[in-house]
Write a protein that binds this ligand. Structure first.
Ligand code: F6P
Length: 375
């Protein structure tokens, strides 16, 4: 009788790190090894590790005590096999090397923990004949086909608590404190943290802002005796396109000297000249004479330990993936729909971004409590 070969899988983390990656690795690997007798190989440094075969067999002791650990024990990178950077700045397609490593290691499936870029690569690898399972992680929460990604709650917690801290200085100095949060082209993080932190104004990419409307809101607050304000700005937030720049046929107007001067002032406030937060703060100072300060939270919101919510979510996603591995259910991304963990075909996720719908309940709630969106 032919002996059946035990399964062997690879696991990697790719894209920006986030809290919960280690909890997810543990969630996949522990049941895979203990319950389903699957050999688990850790691929290091994301897809670069797959291309260059940086791998090691994981044992139970490797994944012990990592539930609450930030970062990723496997390391990560943003590199994609079909676009590997060369020292001279060019890129090269090394997909065949990734496939080679997969075959050399004798993998039955590759589990990829990542965000949008990772799932695009994951899907492309299925087209090369690889079996892949994706797990949705990102602080941006912008992956299609899942209600939530792990890492998001931890980032929201850090960001909301940071907004809390800005209140004392805002109130003491009667300042406008502008805090810039991450989120790439989506506003989930800023919307949720802004609402949770009680920001007076929230600016997200999905709702282009008008600086006049922001100033009007601040003036109105002053009239009501509120001389300080907190503005939460997403890094991807953008101003409304300026209609005055176009003539009645929609063509760009020629600029006279006066217009040029105005344009220079506006450019100075424009996010394209630097960070969106700086542009917004400058415009407020110039127009209202208010004292403003900018805080860019940066990678502080992506680092550190996962919240208990993210530990649980990552564990649920991971253990679900382990069950899929045992069943041989491949080429899917594990996801959350309502309260249920389930999975969707990778092709439904690849290349799509989940933005905040304008009628989202969080936006409605925020407006109800007087939050302004600069629109
Ligand atoms: O996708 C996660 C994220 O933190 C985004 O919010 C942000 O735009 C980006 O990564 C920053 O990337 P990096 O750490 O490579 O600068």
């Amino acid at each position: 009788m032919l002996a059946t070969r035990a399964k062997c899988i690879g696991i990697l983390t790719s894209g920006g790190d986030c809290p919960g990656l280690n909890a997810a690795i543990r969630g996949v690997a522990k049941p895979a090894m203990s319950d389903f007798h699957i050999e688990v190989i850790g691929i290091e440094k994301g897809f670069r590790g797959l291309v260059e075969n940086h791998s090691r067999v994981l044992h139970l002791q490797d994944i012990s005590g990592i539930l609450s650990l930030g970062g990723t024990i496997l390391g990560t990178s943003r590199e994609k096999p079909y676009k590997m950077p060369l020292p001279n700045g060019d890129t090269i397609d090394m997909t065949s090397r990734a496939v080679e490593t997969y075959n050399r290691l004798g993998l039955d499936c590759l589990v990829c923990l990542g965000g949008n870029g990772t799932h695009k690569v994951a899907y492309s690898l299925t087209k090369q004949g690889l079996n892949v399972i994706g797990l949705p992680k990102t602080i941006d929460n912008d992956l299609a086909e899942t209600d939530i990604t792990f890492g998001f709650d931890s980032a929201v917690t850090t960001a909301a608590l940071s907004i809390d801290k800005l209140y004392s200085t805002a109130e003491a100095h009667l300042r406008v404190m502008v805090i810039e949060l991450m989120g790439h082209n989506a506003g989930w993080l800023t919307l949720t943290a802004g609402l949770g932190g009680g920001a007076d104004i929230i600016l997200i990419p999905e709702i282009p802002y008008d600086i006049d409307s922001i100033c009007q809101h601040l003036t109105e607050r002053r009239r009501r005796g509120k001389w300080f304000s907190i503005i939460a700005v997403a890094e991807g937030a953008r101003p409304k396109p300026n209609l005055l720049d176009k003539d009645k046929n929609g063509k760009k107007k020629k600029k006279d000297k006066k217009n040029k001067e105005k344009e220079r002032e506006r450019d100075d406030e424009d996010e394209h000249e630097g960070r969106v937060s700086t542009g917004v703060a400058r415009a407020i100072s110039r127009r209202l004479g208010m004292d403003t300060r900018v805080t860019v939270l940066g990678h502080l919101q992506r680092g550190g330990i996962p919240t208990p919510f993210d530990r649980v979510l990552a564990t649920r996603f991971g253990t679900y993936a382990a069950e899929m591995l045992a069943e041989g259910k491949y080429n899917q991304m594990v996801c959350m729909k309502g309260a249920e963990v389930t999975s969707v075909p990778l092709e439904k996720v690849a290349g799509r971004t989940k933005l905040v719908p304008l009628d989202h309940p969080l936006i409605r709630s925020a407006r109800r409590v007087g939050t302004n969106f600069g629109d």
